[in-house]
Design a protein around this ligand. Structure first.
Ligand SMILES: Cc1cc2nc3c(=O)[nH]c(=O)nc-3n(C[C@H](O)[C@H](O)[C@H](O)COP(=O)(O)OP(=O)(O)OC[C@H]3O[C@@H](n4cnc5c(N)ncnc54)[C@H](O)[C@@H]3O)c2cc1C
Length: 600
């Protein structure tokens, strides 16, 4: 397999022109870095992606993980890749110097993970999970836990996981049954079962460190009784790693994302599984939410990366595949044209770019908020925090849901070949299907934005969001080329405001069930408005650049992007009208429909 899977030009445009990452280096925390160091990091990430990850993208799909004699066997390249990640400092790069990190901005580390995921999402998942799990120990654990686990995680010798899901508790984590019993020692004994745990066990590491949710015996029911534990596969005794009574009882065979195993774990079958409490008892879900929020943005990033790689594969094919003639060509002896000349194929390619590049901008926006939370004075942090909270369900679900549609259009560009495994599109399509499911399904994200985020702090986050959009509308008004779009965005924002106000009255008059019944549609509408905002932001940056001296290549790049911006506003933004019609109806159709209407 050869070819392009990511646009470094677009990444640099977002980092430097749209989100001005260099401004972060004015803060002492990031002051060791500059444009040169950022470019060096990007170059190293691209090299790792091209040399190690992309070459095994297909192979890892074709030889999926298996449980062999109690051991989860994964593709052998995982060992080498984990070694490269550790050597390059990729697992720890986002953390502060004092815990062994490189204090890099999230915008840079996220973009690097994006590049890795464009090359091979499964391969990148291992280190991402380790980094997230280590982050939880760093943020909420004590020094003893840090010393015992984190250095071996940063060195890639030990895998990290997040172990939440149980057979009876997926979306509803309040129902977990894994139990932790206090002992006289510094640990609890753990008993229970977890399912679908990503990278939950494999043969390319010495040990696996699960950041696991469990309930301490006698804890209050529901989410208030959930605690967070470190539960390793093996524990250290007298300088030796010995079994910690965590058994891998199964590996699930998935439709895609096959390079990374998801496993079923049984803890405490022999009554000897030890777990170490992280932070305070009964605060586990709050701690885990830190990781889940990051993980949700990472899911959006991974979804966006797959769709980006799929776009480049479909573009390459569309340029070389000869088929048919222009609709205006009546002469059958004339040579066939490359399919990229057909308007409908251009529509499919533009659709992919409109979704992908709009969503990547949103993900960069979220990363910038993460960076600002690191450096701003306390008083200024709250607003940024609220914006990040509000946008997290959008950043997770828009790229996930729309990424599948984008890949589907990419596959469509290849016709019958898109359906066959001679080309990578079918794999991207299968791989991408996980994203609306893990880290909270789209249904859960819908309820999160409408039922929690839009109304939290008396609607403050929503007000802040509107202010941000209005700022972009006003900035765009300075450029005549952008006026039609700034008007459309202002109108879309007004509709979003009206729909939200209407739904809040529905909550009062018809109750919570009708209020939340179409939360996914609300999320979809909110997502389209948000991406329109991000496209206009890009438009402002483009117009600024075009006002100065630009090279021929840049002119090409900016002109192409302006066409994509127009496409988004002409083809995607109008979709909010249909959603608006339904959301204003609020007749509670799905609440009132009896389950008996599904009987044949
Ligand atoms: C490949 C893969 C990797 C995973 N990795 C991990 C991991 O590393 N760690 C981990 O802990 N878990 C992991 N998971 C589990 C994943 O997070 C869950 O599958 C997901 O949260 C959904 O839970 P569930 O499968 O039990 O589905 P359910 O919760 O049973 O949901 C089924 C359907 O019902 C809907 N639904 C459920 N409750 C409600 C409600 N109250 N209102 C409206 N609709 C509802 C859902 O939206 C969904 O459409 C992974 C799963 C997969 C497939």
């Amino acid at each position: 397999m050869a070819g392009k899977f990511v646009s470094e030009r677009n990444i640099k445009f977002l980092l430097y022109d749209v989100f001005d990452i260099e401004s972060l280096t004015n803060y002492p925390y990031f002051s060791d870095h500059n444009k040169n160091t950022f470019n060096m990091v990007l170059k190293a990430a691209s090299k790792l992606a091209k040399d190690k990850l992309f070459p095994v993208f297909e192979e890892m799909d074709r030889s999926q993980p298996e449980l062999v004699n109690g051991e989860v066997v994964v593709h052998p390249s995982v060992r080498d890749i984990l070694h490269e990640y550790a050597e390059g400092g990729w697992i720890s790069s986002i953390f502060p110097y004092d815990v062994g990190g490189e204090q890099l901005p999230s915008m840079i580390t996220e973009v690097c993970h994006f590049i890795f995921a464009c090359a091979n999402y499964s391969a990148g998942a291992y280190s991402g999970l380790t980094s997230g799990a280590a982050g939880l120990i760093i943020s909420f654990g004590n020094k003893a836990l840090y010393d015992r686990f984190v250095p071996n995680m940063f060195s890639g010798k030990w895998q990290g996981t997040m172990a939440l899901t149980e057979p009876e508790a997926g979306s509803s984590l309040s129902d977990i049954r894994t139990v932790a019993e206090p002992t006289d020692g510094d640990y609890y004994t753990i008993k229970g079962q977890k399912v679908f745990i990503s990278a939950g066990d494999h043969n390319c590491v010495e040990n696996v460190v699960h950041l696991m949710l469990a309930k301490i015996k006698g804890a209050p029911p529901g989410v208030k009784g959930i605690s967070l534990f470190v539960v390793p596969k093996k524990r250290m005794e007298n300088g030796q790693l010995v079994s910690n009574d965590v058994t891998t009882s199964g590996v699930f065979h998935k439709m895609g994302y096959k390079g990374c195993p998801i496993v079923q774990l049984d803890m405490g079958d022999a009554g000897d599984c030890r777990g170490w409490l992280v932070g305070e008892p009964n605060n586990g879900l709050r701690y885990m939410f830190q990781m889940m929020n990051e993980a949700r943005i990472d899911v959006g990033l991974g979804a966006n990366a797959m769709a980006t790689a799929a776009y480049y594969a479909s573009l390459e094919y569309s340029k070389s595949r000869l088929q048919g003639r222009r609709a205006s060509e009546k002469e059958p002896t004339k040579p066939q044209v490359p399919i990229i000349e057909h308007a409908d194929v251009k529509r499919m390619l533009l659709f992919q770019r409109a979704i992908n590049e709009g969503a990547l901008a949103l993900l960069m926006q979220c990363s910038k908020y993460v960076d600002l939370l690191q450096v701003l004075p306390e008083v200024e942090k709250e607003n940024i925090h609220l914006l990040l909270e509000l946008l997290t369900p959008v950043a997770k679900s828009y790229p996930s849901e729309m990424g599948i549609q984008a890949i589907s259009q990419g596959l469509q560009c290849l016709g019958g070949s898109g359906y066959c495994d001679d080309y990578p599109l079918e794999q991207y399509y299968r791989d991408a299907r996980i994203h609306p499911i893990h880290e909270g399904t789209t249904g859960i994200q819908g309820m999160d934005i409408l039922g929690r985020k839009v109304i939290m702090k008396n609607g403050r986050a929503f007000v802040l969001f509107q202010e941000e959009v209005v700022k972009t509308v006003q900035a765009a008004e300075a450029y005549p080329e952008l006026l039609p779009f700034s008007k459309k965005l202002a109108d879309a924002l007004q509709r979003c405001r009206n729909i939200t106000a209407h739904l809040l009255t529905v909550a009062q008059s018809q109750g919570i069930e009708v209020f939340l019944a179409d939360a996914v549609l609300y999320l979809e509408m909110f997502g389209i408005v948000t991406i329109a905002w991000q496209w206009l932001k890009q438009g402002v940056a483009i117009q600024k650049q075009l006002g100065g001296k630009v090279s021929k290549n840049d002119l090409h790049f900016f002109t192409g992007k302006m066409v994509v911006l127009r496409f988004f506003y002409s083809y995607e933004l109008p979709k909010i009208s249909g959603l608006e019609e339904r959301l204003l109806e609020s007749d509670g159709l799905t609440v009132k429909a009896g389950t008996d209407c599904f009987i044949d």
